[in-house]
Design a protein around this ligand. Structure first.
Ligand code: SF4
Ligand code: SF4
Length: 141
């Protein structure tokens, strides 16, 4: 008998709660993310890091407001840079880390009510590999 979990919709449905834009982890941005977001909001890319980023080790993350939410989060509109949001925001929750450690899916679901718990690892891996490939292809096209 086949698995009942075949596509991303079988294991994840975003509840638009905004919790992933608040606090935990930090949202890393690549140089490409910075250029894309700066162009989208019509801001000088050279000044973007000073205005919208914090350092995290040798990398940069998007700054958070006093309320703990990402600087680009709006309670009514949610992500205000949705078409150009950073890679990790586009990928969530289908991330490489779960391919390496499928047991992390259930742990992540404690912070993300859209993720279904208890998915068999074999089905989980298949779906996540398809989703990460789709995203990577769409970015390099
Ligand atoms: S925490 Fe999960 S369910 Fe909530 S907005 Fe983020 S992705 Fe969607
Ligand atoms: S860029 Fe958008 S999706 Fe990503 S943390 Fe900020 S508001 Fe949320």
């Amino acid at each position: 008998m086949g698995s009942e979990y075949k596509t991303c919709d079988d294991i994840f449905e975003c509840q638009q709660c905004g919790d992933c834009c608040n606090g935990f982890g930090g949202t890393y941005v690549t140089k490409k993310d910075i250029i894309n977001i700066a162009n989208y909001i019509k801001f000088d890319p050279e000044k973007f890091i000073d205005r919208f980023c914090d350092s995290s080790g040798s990398r940069y993350v998007l700054t958070r407001g006093k309320d703990g939410y990402c600087i680009f989060f709006d309670k009514a509109k949610q992500c205000t840079i949705h078409p150009v949001k950073p890679y990790m925001c586009k990928a969530w929750p289908f991330i490489q880390n779960v391919i390496k450690h499928p047991e992390n899916w259930d742990a992540m679901s404690n912070s993300c009510p859209g993720m279904k718990k208890g998915i068999p690892h074999k089905a989980l891996l298949k779906i996540i590999i398809v989703e990460t490939n789709k995203l990577d292809t769409s970015i390099t096209e």
